[in-house]
Structures are given as C-alpha cells and as structure tokens.
Design a protein around this ligand. Structure first.
Ligand SMILES: Nc1ncnc2c1ncn2[C@@H]1O[C@H](COP(=O)(O)OP(=O)(O)O)[C@@H](O)[C@H]1O
Ligand SMILES: [Mg+2]
Length: 374
C-alpha cells in the first residue's frame, strides 16, 4: 500500500436509471484523511455518486472500493461508512444521547461503553453535557451536530455528507463550514462532501471534483480549480470570469503557452489551462480573465505604461458598485463589457473620482489570460 492509501475509489463507474445516464465513467481516488467535495449544479449526479459509495445504489458498470476492498454486494449497513443528510432524521422520542448511541446499540455496544463513546462524540461536536436534552429542544444547528455525532460515533472509515448545511441560514452555515473543517482535521476521517455551493467547496475542501451532467470536469485543490480551470464550465462555476472570444494563433504543449487574437485582431499571450488539450492553429478559444486581475486607471494615468500589463484597452465606466470589502466596475470596451474588482485594502479600493461615464484604461498581465479550448 502507498503511504497515503485510498479510502474510496471509483473505477470507471457508470450509473443508469433506465436509459438515463446519471453518472458516466467516473474515476476518483480519495486519499485517506482527505476532505473531498463533489461540486456541481443540481442534477449533475452528486447524490447518486454518494449513494453508490454508501451502498444505497449499485453501479451499472465499474467498481467501488472502500479501504482498498471492492464492495459490490456488500450491503450499506456492513460498509464502514456513515451518511449525514440535509434532512437528518433524529428520533423524536429519544433524547440526544440515545439518538447518538443508536448505531452503537445496533452493533451490540451498550451500557458503560455506549455512554463513554456517546459522551466522546458529543464533546467532539461541542454538545458536551446536552445528552439528556430532547432533540426538539435544540436549534437547527445543534440538531445537525447531533446528526453528525450519531454518524461519527461508530468511527467510520468514511463519512459521507450530502448538503448537510443546506437547511441552515447563511451566518450559521459559514460558522458550521469552519467547524466541520476543523472537526474533520481533528478526527482524521475521510469526508466526502456534496454541495452545489462553490464557495462552500472552496472554503472547506482539500480536493474538489467538479461534475456536470454526470461527468467529471476537473479534480484538484480549490486553488488549482480557481487559478487553472480546464474549461469554460469550471471557470464559470467557480468565481467570476470575463470571457473573451478568441482565435488560437499558436500553442506550445510543453509549456501550455499560447498566442491568441481577441476582438479586432488584438494579439495576446496566455496559457492553455488543460494539459491534455492540443488545439490547432485557427481554433476558436475562450480567454478567461478574473475580475481581480484587471488593472484600472484613469485614461490619462502616466503610470499605466509601467503598471497596467501587456494587454490594454480603453473603456468607459458603465457602473461602479461598492461591495463592502471591494469595489466593482463594469466597463464598456471594444472587447465588450469587462468586470473589474478592486479590493478595499490599504493602497487599493475605489478609484477616487471615477464613476459612471468616465473614461478609464483597463489592463492586465499575460499570466491572467486563461486560454480555454472547451
Ligand atoms: N432513482 C432514480 N431514478 C431515476 N432517475 C434518478 C434517480 N435518482 C436520481 N435520478 C436522476 O439522476 C440525475 C442525478 O441526480 P442526483 O444524483 O440526485 O443529482 P444531484 O445530487 O447532483 O442534484 C437527476 O437527473 C435525477 O433526476
Ligand atoms: Mg443531491
């Protein structure tokens, strides 16, 4: 076994419901102790994937392995895997401790040992001392912690979480995101986390897989996905992007370096982000540029020559919006409308005296040009 053994593997897994393909030839290897997220829009196959790992669905083709063992034919209750759902069903007639101990009793763990492990699990989710409470006396956030404790009490190899924070309000959700991440770190169990919320996936995960229509688009760290999205879908799903239509002039596969023309024949340089892509000269491509990568200055800014970057375009501010921690500018240019964001930090922030109708210069560096082939 390698140093970081895989806790969950999907090998060429396809799932069909009748003729409908919900998951198509999915290949995933989740290293032990990873916080791993399945991210994608509603209906892309996230829950179906989780249910195949849990044992509630069988793959139509391919193989699921848990801790290195194929699990075809192993029923859900015999897999060392627990699931936390968005709509956690706590037992209303049992107190918190009996809810948490449920899985232990099913496995014949009772009495002092049950009490000890329930207390340990409650402490883990910061509900120590609340074992005697009725579940309906607890807040939504606390109830979700009980569900979490109930899933962790058996020390599963893998914890599956299907949009577990979806029912909570934004502030609580943000708190729970950080707490879940800390908890995962503490227990060291592999978490497979389903969400359609890109910000949530970025905040919590070590590795994210982006799915669309049952197919994996890209896998990587949040930083890799944000900084090197391999296609337009991923670039658009994680964060904001300016998309510029372009035509490929040349591409050097060894480095990814590419020359592209955008607009009315403007030459720019960037990088093809998909290492597998081999676009030919003349191919239509999309150049994605993140809003925070755009430099904006007054049209007559003398420093522009030095600071604006290699690509520069004149424009006019259509809208300036204060967003608290940043300012957003929508700028009409010959390349179409560009969105730029400036962080409100020391030396950054709003451009004094620049508002709607004012002429500006927009510029960016070659490194900001993400050349997308698909
Ligand atoms: N039991 C089922 N029978 C038929 N179609 C299903 C079944 N389960 C899921 N699907 C379909 O498979 C697709 C993926 O569903 P799901 O995995 O729940 O997506 P997600 O969790 O990403 O929103 C959807 O189009 C859904 O309607
Ligand atoms: Mg789902």
């Amino acid at each position: 076994m390698s140093e970081r053994a895989a806790d969950v593997e999907l090998v060429d897994v396809t799932k069909r419901f009748g003729r409908f393909v919900a998951v198509e030839r999915m290949n995933v290897s989740i290293a032990r102790g990873t916080f791993y997220s399945l991210l994608g829009p509603s209906g892309c196959g996230k829950t179906t994937t989780l249910r195949m790992i849990a044992g509630f669905e069988q793959p139509s083709e391919g193989e699921v392995l848990i801790a290195g063992q194929p699990v075809a034919g192993v029923p859900a209750y015999r897999r060392n895997v627990n699931t936390v759902f968005q709509h956690y069903a706590l037992f209303p007639h049992m107190d918190v401790a009996r809810n948490v101990g449920y899985g232990l009793r099913q496995h014949g763990v009772k009495g002092e040992e049950e009490r000890r492990r329930v207390d340990e699990a409650l402490a883990l989710v910061r509900l120590g001392g609340l074992g005697a409470r009725r579940t309906w006396e607890l807040s939504g956030g606390q109830q979700q912690r009980v569900a979490l404790a109930r899933a962790l009490v058996n020390h599963p190899t893998v914890l599956l979480l299907d949009e577990p924070l979806g029912a909570l309000d934004l502030k609580l959700r943000k708190e729970m995101q950080l707490e879940l991440k800390a908890l995962q770190h503490q227990v060291g169990i592999t978490f497979v986390y389903v969400t359609h919320d890109q910000e949530e996936a970025i905040t919590m995960s070590d590795v994210v897989v982006v799915m669309r229509d049952g197919r994996v688009q890209q896998q990587g760290s949040p930083q890799e996905l944000y900084e090197r999205p391999v296609n337009r879908f991923v670039a658009g799903f994680l964060g904001l992007s300016n998309f510029l239509a372009g035509r490929l002039v040349e591409h050097h596969p060894a480095t990814g370096g590419a020359a592209v023309t955008i607009g009315e024949g403007m030459a720019i340089h960037g990088r093809v982000t998909d290492p597998e892509a081999r676009p030919s000269a003349g191919a239509e491509v999309t150049v994605a540029v993140r809003p925070e990568r755009l430099w904006i200055g007054r049209a007559d800014d003398a420093a522009a020559e030095r600071t604006a970057g290699a690509t520069r375009v004149a424009g006019r501010v259509r809208q300036a919006t204060y967003l608290g921690d940043q300012n957003e500018y929508r700028i009409e240019t010959a390349l179409g409308e560009l969105v730029a964001r400036r962080q409100n930090s020391e030396g950054g922030g709003a451009l004094p005296g620049v508002g709607p109708g004012d002429p500006v210069l927009v510029g960016w560096r070659d490194e900001a040009n993400l050349v997308l082939v698909a």
